[in-house]
Ligand binder design. Structure first.
Ligand SMILES: [Zn+2]
Length: 270
């Protein structure tokens, strides 16, 4: 068996947690990430018959039965992940229609996965239904997107339009826009189901007065989505209270679509 601490899927997640903490998106134990792993990749590092313990999930997601996830731990701090991955991260295999998670590695202190596990797993199922290559779900609390949910209309189309107008690249990076959930209590199956429903039409779902969920095919794509939306939100907050002399117009946005071969979400650029 190879040393799992050298596995690319693990080192990349460790680097991502460290980077997100450095961006100020994951204060204290804020934020969580889950990555869908291939059994073939994992078998080089772990004996997959060796289940350390079983953890009930409290929900069911038959589409994820038998799938493997690398996931951050509940109550754990992103800033500490790099110093002790086996304490702060875990690898689980879902069983019984995802009602049970079999721990194969990590959570060394008897811990368990993030309290947002339902939202993560239901989002994975939703993304896989529209993009079979989906692998990553990421949640964090970026300052400017969070602040924007206090002062901007939460209508998804209006919220998206503002982000698209704040930087030329935005409509290229997330042409499907961002979906927005009104404030809900976090950590529940209800917010998990609501997030997953929103994930069917966009890779970014803003949680009002809380943070954001991103989904993608790898950690770079997912991080980049959140990074780009967060930058746009920062520009918005820098100028929202100032008189605007100009902005990106609908015509400009259509010109970007034409030049870069992207198509904005149907009806959102009317
Ligand atoms: Zn959160």
């Amino acid at each position: 068996m190879k040393d799992i601490l050298t596995a690319p899927f693990l080192t990349e997640l460790v680097r991502t947690c460290t980077n997100m903490y450095a961006h100020g998106w994951d204060e204290r134990n804020g934020g969580n990430i889950s990555v869908l792993l291939e059994e073939g990749d994992l078998a080089e590092y772990l004996d997959l018959r060796q289940v350390l313990r079983a953890i009930p999930t409290g929900f069911s997601a038959p589409a994820l039965d038998g799938k493997y996830f690398l996931v951050t731990g509940t109550g754990k701090y992103f800033k500490n992940v790099q110093y002790d991955p086996a304490l702060n991260l875990g690898i689980v295999r879902l069983a019984d229609g995802a009602q049970r998670a079999e721990l194969l590695w990590g959570f060394r202190d008897g811990g368990r996965f993030t309290s947002e596990f339902p939202a993560h797993m239901m989002s994975h199922a939703a993304r896989l239904s529209v993009d079979p290559a989906g692998r990553v779900v990421m949640h964090c609390h970026p300052n400017n997107l969070l602040a924007m949910t206090y002062v901007h209309d939460l209508d998804e189309k209006a919220f998206t339009r503002t982000l698209w107008q704040m930087e030329t690249e935005c409509i290229i990076v997330f042409p499907e826009g961002v979906n927005v959930l009104p404030w809900m209590v976090c950590g529940t199956n209800e917010i998990g189901r609501a997030t997953a429903e929103k994930m069917k039409t966009a890779r970014l779902v803003v949680w009002a007065q809380h943070g954001i969920y991103g989904a993608g095919r790898d950690l770079d794509e997912t991080f980049g989505l959140i990074e780009t939306a967060e930058k746009a939100a920062e520009v918005y907050l820098k100028i929202a209270h100032l008189p605007w002399k100009q902005t990106l117009t609908v015509e400009n946005l259509h010109a970007i679509e034409a030049r870069f071969g992207v198509k904005a979400r149907e009806g959102w650029l009317d």
